[in-house]
Write a protein that binds this ligand. Structure first.
Ligand code: C2O
Ligand code: CU
Ligand code: CU
Length: 480
């Protein structure tokens, strides 16, 4: 045995021991900070940009996660979260982007069908001090999409440090439903952070953090720790984004009331689905309606995450508070149908592909990538893993043989989930509509179907647990 082999084996054994010991401790180190959860800071809404052109500057900035304190962030236009872009389907967006960070970055338009050169391929970076003009037509249907950086090696840290915002697309079909709007339509980006004693963000994933993904102990909504929202006795529409690096939320109301799921990553469902809880993994969005009309003024209800079974997370905790504090007459009535989801038939698929997800703590040397793989491979910018015919319909089967959850995301296309076997063995309410990200709990296998758009070029698909993604859990497909 060579010295190098011996070293490899010794180090791998050391990692295995560390990982085994810490997974025995299970949820010990991810407990949500219980000591300071006042729910006394009002929720703020993200800044907005409207119109079809805007200037975006990325720079170091700061924000008050906890009132009266200043936490350093990386931000778009000094705003945490990033400004919400609001645009009508069919319009062309122009963003004059300036990188005033001290590192390279790019922007990915998560969920949107955009040309490959606009999509933020991981190795296309806009270097520090340079600018880039993004310009693309927005062809997707109405929904809450989002944007965030995607540079290889820095996606996880830049997103964690604050760079993410909503990208809301509107269309006539949605407008005709007269869904709650204005004060009654609230974007919520839910994230988890770890702060040091001077309230600065900590981001320093260890090997074990890379296995589980980076989990924070403070839940922030729209950049505010433990906020509250005053609501009237009405229906509210919440556009919820899980913008966390690794944490999954099992959304529920503290009084166990039902709420309605009306939309998913890629827009409205065909009909509202009433539910008591909804899993939302990193990258996913949910369009939900909560009816506060039957509560008396003074009622307080929490949005919380219910417990679920997973090795490294899944404790119950509160996210934010709703304070019912004014009585108002309702003008909205819940439509029984919302949209038409034109299903794709697996019989019409041109190709079926299979992907197996694995996690192996011995798969890599310390400080190197490769513990998480797709078909035993990690990201390589110079290799094309799958050639896809533009405009064709494909079925992808993805199987999670690891013991960690993986929210799998495909760039530049929306898909339908046909089936989930193993684990939960069922679809969840958001999976009644178009998706760009779907969660695979350990032991689960999903079949999805999609029709690729006409854009040619290289795109990626990956786990949206951003530490897994940085670890290499990302492959390249090229539309030809
Ligand atoms: Cu939201 Cu490839 O990412
Ligand atoms: Cu994406
Ligand atoms: Cu993963």
């Amino acid at each position: 045995m060579t010295f190098k082999n011996l070293l490899t084996q010794t180090l791998s054994a050391a990692i295995l021991i560390t990982v085994t010991v810490s997974s025995c401790k299970k949820k010990e180190d991810e407990k949500i900070e219980p000591s300071f959860q006042p729910f006394t800071t009002p929720l703020k809404r993200p800044a907005t940009v409207s119109g079809t052109s805007a200037t975006f500057t990325a720079s170091a900035s700061s924000s008050e996660v906890i009132p009266g304190t200043s936490t350093g962030f990386l931000a778009y236009n000094n705003s945490i979260p990033g400004p919400t872009i609001s645009i009508n389907s069919g319009q062309t967006l122009n963003i004059n982007f300036m990188n005033s960070l001290s590192e390279g970055t790019n922007i990915h338009w998560h969920g949107l069908e955009v040309p490959a050169d606009q999509d933020g391929f991981p190795t296309s970076r806009i270097s520090a001090g340079s600018n880039y003009n993004f310009s693309f037509p927005v062809n997707n249907r109405a929904s809450a999409y989002w944007y965030h950086p995607h540079p290889e090696g820095a996606t996880a840290s830049q997103v964690y440090k604050g760079m993410a915002g909503f990208f809301i697309v509107r269309d006539a079909e949605e407008a005709a439903l007269n869904l709650p709007s204005g004060d009654y339509e609230v974007p919520l980006v839910i994230q988890d952070k770890r702060l040091d004693n001077s309230n600065q963000l900590i981001y320093s994933p260890t090997t074990n953090d890379i296995m589980t993904g980076w989990l924070g102990d403070k839940i922030v909504v729209n950049g505010i720790y433990a906020p509250y929202l005053s609501v009237a006795t009405r229906f509210y529409r919440f556009r919820v984004l899980n913008g966390s690096n690794a944490r999954i939320y099992n959304l529920a109301l503290s009084n166990s009331a039902n709420f309605y799921v009306i939309g998913s990553d890629g827009g409205l469902l065909s009909a509202p689905v009433s539910t008591q809880s909804l899993m939302l993994s990193p990258g996913e969005r949910a369009d939900i309606l909560i009816n506060f009309s039957s509560y008396s003024v003074g009622t307080e209800i929490y949005l919380q995450s219910n417990s679920f079974t997973s090795m490294s997370q899944g404790n119950e905790f509160k996210i934010m508070k709703f304070k019912v504090d004014k009585s108002e007459a309702e003008t909205f009535s819940l439509p029984s149908s919302l949209s038409v989801i034109n299903s794709l038939s697996p019989a019409s698929a041109d190709t079926t592909r299979s992907f197996v997800l694995k996690a192996d703590p011995m798969g890599a040397m310390p400080g190197m990538s490769g513990m998480h793989t797709i078909n035993d491979k990690i990201f390589d910018e110079n290799r094309v893993d799958e050639f896809v015919q533009a405009g064709s319909t494909e079925v992808w089967e993805i199987e999670n043989t690891s013991d960690e959850p993986h929210p799998m995301h495909i760039h530049g296309v929306q898909f339908l989930v046909l089936q989930r076997t193993g684990g939960r063995n069922a679809l969840i309410p958001t999976e009644n509509g178009w998706k760009d990200t779907a969660l695979l709990m350990p032991g689960e296998k999903i079949r999805i179907i999609m029709k690729f758009p006409s854009y040619l070029g290289k795109f990626v698909f990956h786990c949206h647990n951003l530490e897994h993604e940085e670890d290499g859990m990302m492959l390249v497909f090229q539309a030809i």
